[in-house]
Design a protein around this ligand. Structure first.
Ligand SMILES: Cc1cc2nc3c(=O)[nH]c(=O)nc-3n(C[C@H](O)[C@H](O)[C@H](O)COP(=O)(O)OP(=O)(O)OC[C@H]3O[C@@H](n4cnc5c(N)ncnc54)[C@H](O)[C@@H]3O)c2cc1C
Length: 241
């Protein structure tokens, strides 16, 4: 529900207080000029954190946006999210305006599970909006002794982010439209032998809707074996997803 009438937004928050716990902003760090890490504190004891789950944040009277908690500590009540800023959109403006000490309600995490315990190898494609998921997924995959490799399309100023966040085995393409190029996707698959039937593979595709669609098309066209878990995180010209 990216956009609702104000009274519906008020009602959702008011009637579902247990589903929208109050959180306090306890830290805010600019990692790059358009990438912010925010730490929240609140009662998250009953929250279910699964890789792929996102929280909805009310960014003004009528709009909600989805973001992925990438780190949490239930005992300490802390939860962290990394936000990509772009232009002057509602979500971006709201996150920029957050200050330490601010209170806000966020929804409990929910959504699509991006982890498949039966896979032995993960191939992950995404952009800045996918970095929180990448971090969360890497932690689970490591714990379960599976393997994962990451392919990111990022703005120039963000190319060091995966490294900075401790995301290993990452390949970065310094052009936000890289993954809308079918030939490049084919190249990535074949040069890295990702098209083979070896391993029980799981492709996780998030980020730009057009990129997600292009990668999925190439995987289907090349008849690549493996499960595909895909979710667009934003779409050109569209508000919220
Ligand atoms: C399940 C899920 C989890 C997500 N997790 C995260 C997360 O952890 N961190 C995060 O930063 N984002 C995340 N997103 C993406 C985020 O919700 C969108 O980028 C959202 O559109 C941002 O809202 P906004 O108000 O800033 O822009 P909007 O008002 O939604 O969009 C305004 C314009 O900006 C464009 N736009 C939107 N996002 C981007 C972008 N990233 N880059 C360039 N142009 C863009 C739109 O096409 C539109 O034209 C997630 C989305 C989903 C669905």
């Amino acid at each position: 529900m990216p956009k609702v009438a104000k009274w519906i937004g008020d009602a959702v928050e008011g009637l579902m207080k247990t589903k929208f716990p109050m959180m306090k902003v306890v830290d805010k760090v600019y990692i790059t000029p358009n990438f912010i890490k925010v730490k929240f504190y609140g009662d998250i004891a009953n929250m279910d954190f699964q890789p792929g789950y996102a929280v909805a944040i009310r960014v003004n009277d009528t709009e909600f946006r989805n973001y992925t908690p990438y780190f949490f500590n239930k005992e300490k009540g802390s939860l962290e999210i990394i936000f990509h800023m772009h232009g002057s959109a509602s979500g971006t403006e709201f996150i920029r305006s957050l200050e330490i000490g601010h209170h806000l309600r966020i929804s409990i995490p929910r959504g699509k599970k991006m982890y498949d315990s039966s896979a032995s190898t993960y191939i992950f494609f995404g952009d800045e909006t996918s970095l929180g998921l990448a971090y969360a997924l890497q932690a689970v995959v490591k714990q379960e002794h599976q393997s994962i490799q990451f392919y990111f399309e990022l703005d120039k100023e963000n190319i060091y982010l995966p490294e900075l966040l401790g995301i290993k085995r990452n390949y970065v393409f310094e052009n936000k439209e890289s993954f809308t190029d079918e030939e490049l996707i084919s190249d990535i698959l074949f040069k890295n032998s990702l098209h083979t039937e070896m391993d029980n593979k799981c492709f996780v595709l998030t980020g730009n809707a057009k990129s997600v669609q292009t990668i999925r098309n190439v995987l289907k066209r090349e008849n690549v074996k493996g499960r595909i878990i895909a979710q667009a995180y934003w779409a050109e010209g569209k508000q919220g997803l």
